[in-house]
Write a protein that binds this ligand. Structure first.
Ligand SMILES: Cc1cc2nc3c(=O)[nH]c(=O)nc-3n(C[C@H](O)[C@H](O)[C@H](O)COP(=O)(O)O)c2cc1C
Length: 452
């Protein structure tokens, strides 16, 4: 297993203040478009709060049989392998030198890779903070082989949303830049060859504490990226799909098709749990309590109201939702309606389709996220393939937080039988509607190995 932590050996390390204040905006309000505020008065305090509620270690897992202890983070990751790295460029932050940094989650610190006026002309950004999220595919590939590429993309989607939501909880906006010249950005940030830039996120807003920019020349500190494992195995298909999805294209997206169903979702349930608390408490359930109890239709309505799908279509395998007959439903977001496409008990089917994982049958509701690859490729070129996975991960992150805010649990499910799901959902006439991600929400079985 490659090291899940990248370090730049020899680079200066800057402290991020411990115990930053917790963003108080209720998580559900934030997920439905609300904006919070921060008390941060300088750059270090701002960055500390932002990263503590989006990317830091939030618990650990103790395996009694081996005595091993694993770190768990605010952002989830398939197999807890964490292929995503957070790099960021700052300019004009109060009491914080301009430069290029890499976040070190193992100690909640920032590694200073370069100082000075860092050139982000490549993406024409004038934002005060620009994140470059990268993937190290080898961290997933040693275990999941070629399918690992998709997990890396999902994980970027989760990390993107974790960061964008923490930023909005602190009163600023995060704008994702989907198309940028990959190789130039990798060169500019002097990324190790095992690391690929995937998504850029610009943060803007009045809550960012600023000073006058000082326009100094860039100075590199030459920190060496650590080697993550003694050996690496090449996965040519991963290299090839990554290469094939590099070209950029940005044409206005056509609107998502609209439709309707016979079931109108009721007024969403509410929750006052604060975002900061919810983000740090979020965990993946290993399994759910089967048979009883049910979740309410108002809770389901609240969960669905946070999803904001665009290139993704959501299908629900309803097992135990009060007032909703078990079956498979398609969700129509504009009208907040459900259209029933299959009736009857779906527990065996949902678990079977998710590679025989019981949790998809024991949940109250399981999901298939279907990507409209045709529409994504018309808008973004072949890069659209990455983007449908980013969006699925982002929706997954919102589902995790919504479920936690409502006292439920959730788990992202990357392992499923693509072709069987496609057939089961009667998508034969839509070959470019691909199965991108699965998800489940229910009452979690407590995991005694997780320690706070
Ligand atoms: C993209 C993705 C795919 C995942 N796939 C599965 C899965 O198929 N089965 C499962 O039990 N957990 C799955 N998980 C949950 C991870 O195992 C979990 O996020 C990881 O162990 C870290 O735990 P945490 O979410 O509590 O931080 C997935 C998570 C993500 C983000």
């Amino acid at each position: 297993m490659p090291n899940p932590f990248r370090h730049y050996e020899g680079a200066p390390v800057l402290d991020l203040p411990a115990d930053p204040p917790s963003p108080e905006i209720p998580a559900l309000e934030l997920l439905r478009g609300g904006t919070g505020a921060t008390e941060a008065v300088d750059g270090p305090a701002f960055l500390s709060e932002l990263l503590f509620y989006s990317a830091s270690i939030s618990a650990s897992k103790l395996v009694p049989s081996t005595g091993d202890r694993y770190a768990l983070r605010v952002n989830p990751s398939s197999g807890n392998l964490h292929p995503t790295e957070f790099h960021f460029v700052t300019r004009g932050l109060k009491e914080w030198p301009d430069g290029l940094y890499h976040y070190r989650p193992s100690s909640h610190m920032a590694e200073q890779r370069a100082t000075g006026d860092f050139d982000m002309k490549l993406i024409a950004s004038s934002a005060l903070i620009v994140f470059v999220l990268t993937s190290i595919a080898w961290r997933e590939a040693w275990k999941y082989r070629d399918r690992a590429y998709r997990y890396c993309l999902h994980d970027i989607g989760h990390a993107w949303q974790a960061l964008a939501l923490a930023a909005r909880a602190m009163g600023c906006d995060g704008l994702a830049v989907r198309d940028f010249p990959d190789d130039d950005v990798a060169r500019l940030c002097r990324l190790h060859e095992d690391e690929w830039p995937m998504l850029i996120l610009e943060l803007r807003g009045k809550s960012i504490p600023v000073r006058e920019p000082d326009h100094r020349e860039t100075v590199w500190y030459g920190g060496q990226a650590n080697q993550l494992s003694k050996e690496t195995i090449a996965y040519p298909w991963i290299e090839s799909i990554h290469g094939a999805t590099k070209p950029t294209l940005n044409t206005p997206a056509e609107p998502a098709p609209s439709g309707s169903g016979e079931i109108k979702l009721p007024v969403p349930a509410s929750s006052t749990l604060a975002f900061g608390e919810v983000a740090r408490k979020r965990r993946s359930a290993l399994d759910f309590v089967g048979f009883t109890p049910s979740m309410s239709l108002a809770q389901l309505s609240a969960v669905m109201s946070t999803t904001r799908p665009d290139f993704i279509q959501l299908y629900l395998y309803v097992h135990r939702v009060d007032g909703l007959e078990p079956g498979v439903y398609r969700y129509w977001p504009e009208s907040a309606e459900l259209e029933q496409i299959r009736s009857g008990d779906q527990r065996v089917a949902a678990a079977g389709l998710s590679l025989g994982q019981d949790l998809a049958g024991n949940a109250c509701v399981a999901f298939s996220m279907i990507g409209d690859l045709d529409r994504a490729v018309r808008a973004l070129g072949d890069r659209g393939y990455r983007y449908v996975h980013f969006e699925a991960g982002a929706i997954g992150q919102r589902l995790y937080l919504a479920a936690e805010a409502l006292g439920l649990g959730a788990t992202g499910i990357g392992a499923f039988f693509d072709d069987e799901v496609h057939r089961y959902l009667n998508l034969a006439s839509e070959p470019a509607h691909v199965v991108v991600y699965h998800f489940a929400i229910g009452y979690p079985v407590p995991d005694p190995r997780v320690v706070a």
